[in-house]
Design a protein around this ligand. Structure first.
Ligand SMILES: [Zn+2]
Length: 61
């Protein structure tokens, strides 16, 4: 594994120094908070699920 300090976020695609790793995917603090604060009925929610689903798919492929 490479260093994860400046990984690209799976949601916004920007590089951040702070964030969390979900499986092998990096999620920045901003997006983490946004997802946590997003209602399942929000229009953005399917996008988040889709992005994270891609990560799961890649890992299992
Ligand atoms: Zn982000």
């Amino acid at each position: 594994m490479e260093e994860t300090q400046t990984d690209s976020c799976i949601i916004c695609g920007q590089r951040h120094q702070k964030g969390i790793l979900i499986l092998a995917a990096f999620l920045c603090e901003d997006c983490e908070l946004e997802i946590v604060g997003t209602d399942v009925h929000d229009v953005k929610y399917p996008y988040f699920v889709h992005q994270m689903g891609q990560v799961l798919y890649k890992k299992n492929a």
